[in-house]
Design a protein around this ligand. Structure first.
Ligand SMILES: N[C@@H](CCC(=O)N[C@@H](CS)C(=O)NCC(=O)O)C(=O)O
Length: 201
């Protein structure tokens, strides 16, 4: 498999999952500004949307959308527990979280990377995020990870997007449980290895 990624972008989440699952994979960096990959390829020919991540499967097929490729990765190594077995309620819970992180946190925080975002929008985004962070704080009460004691793909995803907060000047000071959670996730060997491979550690 090959993961097309950009440093610290949402592609970090499937990258962490690949390492958690112990799968063999290559990385190819994408320059999001020029849409060229590190091998000089036209990234838009890989993913017409021009965004990362894209996962090239061993069959050569291309799979996009972070939350979906994490499920694909997890299913290659069910014993990793990254996404529980099909048909179980636990699986729906992780899918529920993946969807929540994608639509409520990733896209709201990610919009703030755009330097043209007006202050009014920033305020709306921050208010919305605050309500989501309150809910996440409650969810994490007494737990190591989002679903309990086991690390799942949802944790890889939430860790990745929370990591953008300092760059976006979104303060997490009101939610110390989220910072403690991020520190716990960051301490994992898979996360350290992924950060190192992306030049962030
Ligand atoms: N719906 C996509 C969104 C991916 C996305 O937002 N990627 C960002 C980085 S986190 C990106 O590549 N942005 C550059 C662009 O859209 O040109 C997914 O969930 O995988």
């Amino acid at each position: 498999m090959k993961l097309y990624y950009a440093q610290g972008a949402c592609s970090l989440a499937p990258h962490i999952c690949l390492r958690e699952a112990g799968l063999k994979f290559d990385l190819e960096k994408v320059d999001l500004a020029t849409k060229k990959t590190s091998s000089g390829a036209d990234y838009k020919a890989v993913n017409p949307n021009g965004y990362v991540p894209t996962l090239q499967l061993d069959s050569g097929e291309l799979l996009t959308e972070a939350a979906v490729m994490m499920q694909y990765i997890a299913d290659r190594k069910p014993e990793s527990g990254l996404v529980p077995k099909a048909g179980t309620m636990e699986r729906y819970r992780v899918r529920e979280l993946l969807n929540f992180v994608s639509s409520e946190i990733h896209k709201t925080l990610g919009a703030l990377f755009n330097p043209a975002v007006p202050d009014g929008f920033r305020k709306i985004a921050e208010d919305r995020l605050a309500t989501r962070f309150d809910v996440l704080t409650k969810k994490l009460d007494g737990k190591q990870f989002l679903t309990g004691g086991n690390f799942t793909a949802a944790d890889a995803y939430l860790f990745t997007v929370l990591g953008w907060a300092p760059y976006l000047k979104v303060s997490l000071a009101k939610w110390p449980a989220l910072t403690a959670y991020s520190d716990r996730v960051k301490a994992r060997a898979s996360v350290q290895a992924a950060l190192k491979a992306e030049g962030m550690a």
